[in-house]
Ligand binder design. Structure first.
Ligand code: GN1
Ligand code: MG
Length: 359
């Protein structure tokens, strides 16, 4: 790997003896390194693209580049992290049969894997909302899906049914309760389908991975600086970004927590997400979208439960696991989170209504 990375960095004009690198971050899909340049304070983020997941890596580069150009023209002061071109002016390096992307490492920034203060939820929701607001006038038809059907719940449900059909008996048996839950919750899909084609539920440019580690904070002020990890920047519904924030910020324990007793919702974080998001998006969202604010959490949590369960039934070929049952535990975790959200629906909807009025 070391030689490979040195070869990649030479595509960007660095000599092998100039660079130091170490693995960085906790993403499931792509591999990431922090690259430091000897004798300078310059640091970069290097990512190798997993082509089993992103089958056409050039779509990532093209989407991000188009959005970067639009923002540079319409919102020049907005901090948007585009890829650094290679010496030959390409958006990606191609070395060792792998596509690589290099970006700056934002100085004085810090990111978190978990949230310890609702202010972080507010900042992140505001930043992800701001990106959507600034791209409200961008023609989404110019972008292609870097993963087709990525947040299409109908497709995810079909994939689950297919996995169920083909799964070995022992996996089906151990997941019996979760399979039953997956089927029992198809009303979420039906509800989505009843809105799907409404013209008041438009496609927007979505980040599609709004977990807190994809948000950079200023080390001193703790204000949000910018969002990172743009490989799933593509058209989608607003529920993708808002819903994934609910999925990943509301509980103090992550999707990897197997102890379901620990899975509950922090109402103050919920309010912070809604406030931060609406601060940017309230004038942009349609009345239909506003009706779907709380639903966005249900949609994303259910979809992630389905995705973990599907992967478990498929023999855990997509999400890396530390032990054989991990994807089943993740599924249980997500279903518990979903039931917490539903159990608190009245309280949470009151908060949404209050925030809509205030913005
Ligand atoms: C994957 O690679 P990472 O950790 O950023 C997945 C997301 C899931 C997430 C769950 C391309 O994201 O959709 O929400 O795992 N990304 C892809 O942890 O499948
Ligand atoms: Mg990601």
């Amino acid at each position: 790997m070391n030689n490979l990375i040195e070869n990649v960095m030479s595509e960007y004009g660095f000599n092998a003896d100039e660079v130091l690198f170490k693995p960085f971050g906790t993403g499931h899909i792509n591999s990431t390194w922090l690259v430091s340049v000897n004798g300078t304070s310059d640091q970069f983020i290097l990512q190798s693209i997993n082509e089993k997941v992103f089958r056409q890596p050039e779509i990532i580069a093209d989407n991000v580049d188009q959005v970067a150009r639009y923002l540079a023209e319409h919102s020049p002061s907005y901090r948007f992290i585009n890829a650094i071109p290679t010496r030959d002016g390409k958006q990606m390096a191609y070395v060792g049969n792998i596509h690589w992307r290099l970006t700056e490492f934002v100085k004085n920034s810090i990111s978190f894997d978990t949230l310890s203060d609702p202010k972080q939820a507010y900042e992140a929701a505001m930043q992800f909302g701001r990106l959507s607001r600034l791209l409200d006038g961008f023609d989404t038809s110019l972008l292609k899906p870097s993963i087709p059907g990525f947040h299409d719940l109908g497709l995810r449900y079909d994939q689950f049914k297919e996995a169920l059909k083909n799964a070995p008996a022992h996996l089906k048996e151990s997941a019996e309760e979760e399979v039953e839950k997956a089927i029992r919750h198809t009303f979420i899909l039906d509800y989505f389908n009843s809105y799907k084609n409404s013209k008041n539920f438009p496609d927007r440019v979505m980040h599609h991975d709004t977990k807190i580690s994809n948000m950079l904070f200023d080390k001193d002020t703790m204000k949000g600086i910018c969002v990172i990890d743009l490989d799933t920047l593509m058209p989608g519904k607003f529920i993708s970004d808002l819903g994934d924030m609910m999925r990943t910020y509301l509980c103090s324990f992550s999707e990897n927590e197997p102890d379901l007793e620990k899975i509950f919702i922090r109402v103050d974080y919920f309010e912070a997400i809604i406030q931060g998001y609406l601060h940017e998006m309230s004038s942009i969202l349609t009345s239909t979208e506003k009706e779907l604010i709380l639903f966005s959490g249900k949609y994303l949590i259910y979809m992630q439960a389905l995705r973990f369960l599907t992967d478990y039934l498929n023999g855990s070929i997509y999400y890396p696991i530390a032990y054989p049952e991990q994807n089943l535990d993740r599924t249980r975790n997500q279903f518990k989170l979903l039931s917490e959200l539903s159990d608190n629906e009245k309280l949470l909807q009151d908060i949404v209504d209050k925030c809509i009025k205030a913005n």
